[in-house]
Each structure stands twice: as C-alpha cells, then as structure tokens.
Design a protein around this ligand. Structure first.
Ligand SMILES: Cc1ncc(C[n+]2csc(CCOP(=O)(O)OP(=O)(O)O)c2C)c(N)n1
Ligand SMILES: [Mg+2]
Length: 321
C-alpha cells in the first residue's frame, strides 16, 4: 500500500503543535492536571492512526495524546479535557491521562502503568469471539515491560491467537530510571517478547517510512488472524517526564544524548526530505502549517470557552449502567 506521505507529515505536525501549545500555555495554570508530552515521539501515534482502521480498537497510557489524536480522537475534546471542562472527552473529570473517544475506537488511557494492557487484550478477545477482522492496538512504554500484567496479557493473547498489536515505544527511560537499572544487561525487549510466543517487529524509529511500513506489516499480520504481534520502536521524549519543561539539568540523562536524538528528529528530517526530493513544495508546507495552527488555535479557544462541569457531575457515570 502506498504511503500518503503528506498526510503522515501533517499528522505528526499537528501532534507536535498541539503539545507545544500545551507546553507554552501550561504556566498560565489553567490546565491543572499532570500532563505527559510526546514531543519527539509523534511518529508512532501518527503512523498507527493511519494504518489502523476507524473501527479498530486502541488503548494507551499516561503519555497518550499522540495515540488519541493519531487514532482520530477529537482535538477539541482533548484540549477541553486537559482544561477540566465539561466538553472534554471525559467530561472534564479525567484530565490528560484519561482520554477516550469511542466513536473512533479509542477506548481509553490510564495513569497506572500497564493498566490498559489487559483491557486491550480483552478487546482482542471480543473481536475473536465476534469473528470480526478488526485488531486491538495497545500502546505501551518500555516501563510496562516490568509489570507482571504485561506477561499475563502477552501469554493470553498468544495462547488464544488474538488479533492484538502491542506497540512499544522504547524511549529508554521510566521517569528518571534508564533501562540499565531496570532490566538485565543484554536484554533485547523484542527478543524476550518473541520467546513468549509473539511475532515481533523492531524499528529504530528514525526513518519515518521504514517505521510506517514495519507497523503496517505488523498490523496486517494480526488482522490476518495469524496471532498477536509486538512492535518495538525506539523513540525519545524531549521534555521532562511529566510537565512542559526540559529537565536534562537533573543529570539522569546527558544533554549530549538529548541533542543527538533531537538532531535526528523524525518530524523535521521527514519534512526536509520530502521538500528536498520534490515530494512537497514550500507552499504546500505553508498550507500545512497554517492548517495545523488554525486547528490548534480553535481547539484552545473551544476549551477556554467551555464551561466547568456542574458539581452534580461528580455523582454520575460512577458505575457502568
Ligand atoms: C503501576 C505504576 N507504577 C508506577 C507508576 C509511576 N509512573 C508513572 S509513568 C511511569 C513511567 C513509565 O515508563 P514507560 O512505560 O517507559 O513510559 P514513558 O513515561 O517513558 O512514556 C511511572 C513509573 C504508575 N503510574 N503506575
Ligand atoms: Mg519509557
């Protein structure tokens, strides 16, 4: 299948822009929830969103903005949710870490590391039981691999041959802890997962189209009812673990490491390469930027102008009907 390159660039750019705007406005103290930004990691959410069908399911983590937007989640509802407003996707009660948009199969994000994994596997089981051809995508971080629930979920999805796509963004860190202090020396995550019985795919995440094609192969395999797949993609978050700032001064990672990844920014590199190879023109890039800015500005305006939830809202939707 041919990649819609301009669409992929656009999707990465809009995720970057909305998150940069969150970072810029965060100090106004109108967004009062903890917010984990994916700036630097936009590729996975953008590509997955194009490869997955609207009726495929997806679940994600605390760092879920890119996945939600990639899957087609409503940007207005996301920004309103971060502002704690009633027009937010969780009616302003969840904040950044509780994004949901069932219309596009985005079934939720949670603050608890590993928590959404069994939900995604359960959705995969529901697909199998209904004999459907959709897939269930589970976005997770490298830190999730240290949670027991990951192993149960991977095992169950393998033994049941479920159409589940585990998409692991390995950004090297869990908060301030590098992989070296969390997992045994020499472990290669995708190899370890392969030994659990899943078909595995791995990408450096630097080359946008290679990463897209790898994800497409993986999703196609799972959709063909061949069993669950696990994709490990390298990525790097530019900002602090939680919040809008940079935190390299804390010395849990080096400025050199950060600058090295930043210089290989998939978004910037892809933009330049499409331009240099004549696949996009300067004027098309201007149009793309204008479109992105207009959408993001409108989303913040929508959120700011929305109302806070009424107090009575605290007592509804507490339990499933
Ligand atoms: C069960 C659980 N343990 C610890 C935490 C605290 N915590 C929040 S995010 C996070 C890091 C997870 O790392 P990773 O899965 O690699 O995701 P990343 O933040 O790198 O995107 C931790 C430890 C938590 N929320 N839930
Ligand atoms: Mg991580």
């Amino acid at each position: 299948m041919k990649i819609n390159k301009k669409e992929l660039l656009f999707r990465m750019a809009r995720i970057r822009k909305v998150e940069e705007t969150i970072a810029e406005k965060y100090s106004e103290q109108e967004m009062r929830c903890p917010t984990h930004l994916s700036i630097g990691q936009e590729l996975v959410g953008a590509a997955a969103g194009m490869i997955l069908q609207p009726n495929d399911y997806a679940v994600s983590t605390h760092r879920g903005h890119a996945h939600y937007l990639g899957k087609g989640g409503d940007m207005n509802a996301m920004v309103a949710e971060i502002y704690g407003k009633v027009d937010g996707c969780a009616r302003g009660r969840g904040g950044s870490m509780h994004l949901v948009d069932q219309k596009v199969g985005f079934m939720g994000t949670t603050a608890i590391v590993g928590n959404s994994i069994p939900v995604g596997v359960g959705l995969g089981l529901s697909i199998k039981m209904a004999n459907e051809t959709r897939v269930s995508a589970i976005f997770l971080g490298d830190g999730c691999i240290e949670e027991g629930v990951f192993y149960e979920s991977a095992n169950f999805s393998a033994v049941q041959n479920l159409p589940v796509v585990f998409i692991c963004e390995n950004n090297l860190y869990s908060v301030y802890s590098p992989l070296a202090v969390r997992q045994p020396k020499g472990r290669v995550i995708n190899e370890m997962v392969h030994s659990l019985g899943l078909k595995t795919f791995v990408e450096e995440g630097e080359n946008v189209e290679d990463t897209y094609n790898c994800m497409l192969d993986a999703v196609t395999f799972a959709r063909g009812r061949n069993g669950p797949v696990f994709i490990e993609i390298s990525a790097y978050r530019w900002r602090e673990h939680c919040g809008p700032n940079y935190d390299n001064d804390l010395a849990y990672r080096t400025e050199e490491e950060f600058l090295d990844w930043k210089a290989r920014d998939p978004l910037d590199t892809y933009r330049k390469s499409l331009l240099e190879t004549g696949q996009i023109s300067e004027s098309e890039l201007c149009e793309l930027d204008e479109k992105v800015c207009a959408e993001v500005d409108a989303a913040f305006e929508f959120a700011v102008n929305s109302d806070f939830p009424d107090n009575a809202e605290a007592y509804i939707d507490e339990y499933a009907p």
